[in-house]
Write a protein that binds this ligand. Structure first.
Ligand code: SF4
Length: 410
């Protein structure tokens, strides 16, 4: 069991861990035998039993029972299956094998220091061009004023400001660390790290060294969008592509910084591009382990006119379940309630998701694109949503140390 999986069942002993060099997996080390995937109703001799209505799911169940890795064909079959219940059964079984009934969440706050951005991604309703006088930019006092000591995690992502120097971004981390030494700081996407390297004329490694010294603990997974050059050219041609995004995370993992991973789905991407994206993440985790979670982010329609209607709840649930089964080396799949909506996120806890992110408290990015979820939720609301799904709420910190286990009943 890796350090980050050793549970500290007390809220008082958790100091933010310092990243230690060297890529490492955050998966539980006890590897389940193939029989662990088999529900009694799915014994090989009974696979014609109508547990599955879709024969491709039967094939996938057989592969899982033999401990075989799923491939692109399986991924496409899962994303298209009409047998949503069968898919949920497989994904929940795998999630239960890893984490039992536990579903994790964190008492966190999101901070978005500026919405000024030098890029112009077509799907983004959050950023404003630097020339737009309505953009905002927080001072360090503004940022510190949003933080309270009982938080476990500060999650910081931002626009790429036209005037801020790298030193200012470092100072944000350093001042939070000095003022709140116990809070873990998860900050800056790969897009921002790449931007820092460019504006400071430093390597990505040097940027990380400086940020670690200032107090960075981990990295969020945003900015990946979809690893498709076709989609990039169409929607975000000035932003880094798949190779650069993956390389920043590779370096982070090698330097001991755990990170998250995402996909932005439900816009112009094809199902094949969705699956390719997941498989590239799986490849990187094989090569340089360090992902904590994968977060399918549902595209919010906003003002972009990219499509007429949002991805359906069933599409979201299939995507969660497919990612749980394809990404066999990434510990957690998140049901990100901000974009899925609270109710669908709660259902996703039976489709392979083992994490609900957190309280967030102040979300600006998805809400700029007209997300209908609340701006933040109280801890009690998260407990309720997890219990409603029949799961066991576990409060965690940013790197999945246990802060507190809650009973199944309130
Ligand atoms: S998605 Fe990120 S990089 Fe692109 S315009 Fe919005 S804030 Fe800027």
């Amino acid at each position: 069991m890796s350090d980050s999986m050793e549970y500290a069942d007390t809220a008082t002993t958790l100091d933010p861990p310092r990243p230690t060099r060297g890529a490492r997996s955050h998966m539980p080390t006890a590897s389940p035998g193939p029989e662990a995937f088999l529900h009694p109703g799915l014994r090989p001799e009974r696979l014609s039993d109508p547990t599955f209505r879709d024969p491709s799911l039967e094939t996938i169940a057989k592969k899982l029972s033999r401990g075989e890795r799923l491939d692109k064909t399986d991924g496409l079959a899962m994303l298209a299956t009409p047998d949503v219940n069968g898919l949920a059964t497989l994904a929940d079984r795998r999630k239960t094998e890893l984490w039992g009934d536990q579903v994790f969440f964190v008492f966190n706050r999101q901070i978005n220091p500026t919405n000024a951005c030098v890029l112009d991604c077509k799907f983004c309703d959050y950023a404003l061009r630097p020339s737009n006088p309505d953009h905002y930019a927080m001072s360090i006092d503004d940022i510190l004023g949003r933080i309270t000591p009982e938080l476990r995690e500060i999650h910081i992502v931002s626009g790429l400001h036209h005037r801020w120097k790298f030193e200012y971004y470092v100072d944000i981390i350093r001042q939070i660390r000095l003022a709140f030494p116990k809070i873990q700081i998860k900050a800056w996407t790969a897009v921002e790290i790449d931007f820092f390297a460019k504006i400071s004329k430093k390597s990505v490694e040097e940027v990380f060294e400086i940020l670690i010294d200032a107090g960075l603990n981990s990295m969020p997974g945003g900015g990946a969008e979809v690893f498709s050059e076709r989609v990039r050219q169409e929607l975000f041609r000035h932003k880094i592509g798949a190779d650069e995004w993956l390389n920043v995370h590779r370096i982070a993992h090698q330097m001991g910084i755990p990170t998250n991973s995402t996909i932005l789905y439900g816009h112009i991407e094809t199902m094949e591009e969705r699956v390719d994206h997941m498989l590239r993440l799986r490849e990187l985790e094989d090569e340089a382990p360090g992902f904590l979670a994968f977060i399918p982010l549902e595209f919010q329609l906003g003002y972009s006119n990219l499509r007429a209607r949002s991805a359906s709840a069933v599409d979201g649930l299939r995507t969660v379940a497919t990612s749980r089964l394809l990404l066999d080396n990434i510990p957690h799949i998140k049901a990100y309630w901000v974009m899925l909506g609270e109710e669908t996120a709660s259902i996703a806890l039976n489709f392979g998701a083992s994490d609900m992110d957190g309280t967030i408290l102040e979300e600006k990015i998805a809400h700029a694109a007209k997300a209908e979820s609340p701006i933040g939720v109280a801890r009690d609301r998260l407990l309720h949503l997890i219990r409603e799904a029949g799961k066991l709420p576990v409060e965690r910190d940013a790197v999945y140390n246990v802060v507190r286990r809650y009973p199944k009943e309130s």
